[in-house]
Design a protein around this ligand. Structure first.
Ligand SMILES: [Zn+2]
Length: 132
């Protein structure tokens, strides 16, 4: 199901001693979605850093992005499925290109992490669009 590139990135996230900004559970959360273990409806997306989280924390208004630290008052948290329906693949691909081209000073591991999140979103986006 996963493209080779995404799988390769996951492997690197899991590698012992590898550093990335998203915490140890980051790749696991995206894997749950890519493997369709849980429905997308239960998840939300941080549109600042593309971190995914379960909706419950947002409903309780106690959500704070574990990665970039924004909270619900910034209105940056969107239901994941609605985001994927509303956002064309071209937009996500454009954002990915801009991230790769413009990011300066970020650690390589974080750059890769964000790039992988974009790629995961593209996989999920295609799936949602195919389901109509
Ligand atoms: Zn965030």
């Amino acid at each position: 199901m996963l493209s080779g590139l995404v799988r390769d990135l996951f492997e690197r996230w899991r590698a012992p001693g590898s550093q990335h900004a998203g915490g140890s559970s980051d790749s696991a959360r995206y894997e749950i979605l890519l493997d369709e273990v849980e429905p997308l409806e239960r998840w939300t997306l941080c549109t600042v850093c593309l971190n995914v989280d379960r909706t419950l924390a947002v409903v309780r208004r106690r959500w704070r992005c574990s990665d970039c630290g924004v909270d619900t008052s910034n209105d940056t948290q969107q239901p994941l499925k609605a985001y994927l329906i509303a956002t064309p693949a071209e937009t996500i691909e454009k954002n990915l290109r801009e991230w790769n081209n413009n990011v300066k000073g970020a650690r390589v591991a974080y750059k890769m992490l964000r790039a992988a999140r974009y790629k995961c979103l593209l996989v999920l986006q295609k799936r949602v669009q195919d389901q109509g």
